[in-house]
Write a new protein. Structure first.
Length: 225
């Protein structure tokens, strides 16, 4: 997987789009191919703005929660060492890459966006690690030790994912900057960390507070549901 292919993905919605290698401020231990803001020399045309809104390339940014979750894993490698880890809604692949770097026996990036999977593969190669790809939650491996997910609760209809994750693996490590109260007693808050999307999108300050949660359910994940 090459950065040129990622450029082509970006250019489907933004003709000037390209990626560049950078280290997210919230997780400088690794490098990623991310959107290069230097291409935006002047305002977007109406057509460009419409295209970006209609099909945003989420994978080309490293969101605050992804950075926090990735760095938490790198600083606490025992969470993933020797385990099979699946990162749900992997986007750029930052968390899956961090899991591989921290010693996961198998790190899986799961995303329904083919461009995101291409980004995860490119970013894994950039950091010298192997990451497997999964194109749908329903196609995940039977045996998982840990599920990770960052900012997947932006839509209230995604709340059932919390129980689905708990049923699919003995442990779930979740980062979220959108929901202040999960309303899920199985998820125990571990920390609150400040971070900003990279490149910076100047989001509201409230979205820069990332909450980390861990759910542990020994025996979960025996049946695929």
């Amino acid at each position: 997987m090459t950065p040129e292919k990622l450029d082509r993905h970006l250019q489907q919605t933004l003709s000037r789009g390209r990626v560049a290698v950078s280290a997210p401020a919230g997780c400088p231990e690794l490098a990623l191919y991310l959107f290069d803001p230097e291409v935006l020399e002047g305002p977007l045309s109406h057509e460009e703005a419409q295209a970006v809104v209609a099909e945003p390339a989420y994978w080309s940014f490293c969101w605050a929660s992804g950075q926090v979750l990735a760095r938490w894993i790198l600083q606490n490698p025992g969470l993933v060492a020797g385990k099979t880890v699946l990162d749900f809604g992997s986007g750029s692949g930052v968390v899956a890459v961090a899991s591989a770097m921290a010693g996961a026996a198998r790190s899986i990036a799961c995303d329904i966006d083919p461009a995101a999977l291409d980004a995860a593969a490119a970013n894994a190669r950039l950091n010298g690690v192997d990451v497997d790809l999964c194109d749908d939650w329903g196609n995940r491996p039977e045996e998982l030790d840990l599920i990770t997910a960052a900012d997947v609760l932006y839509d209230p209809e995604n709340r059932p994912l919390l129980s689905a994750f708990e049923s699919a693996a003995p442990q779930v490590l979740l980062a979220d900057s959108r929901v202040k109260d999960l309303g899920a007693p199985g998820y125990i808050r571990q920390a609150v960390v400040e971070a900003r999307t990279w490149p910076d999108l100047n989001e509201f300050e409230e979205f820069n507070q990332v909450r980390l949660y861990l759910a542990s359910h020994p025996g979960a994940g025996k049946n695929k549901g």
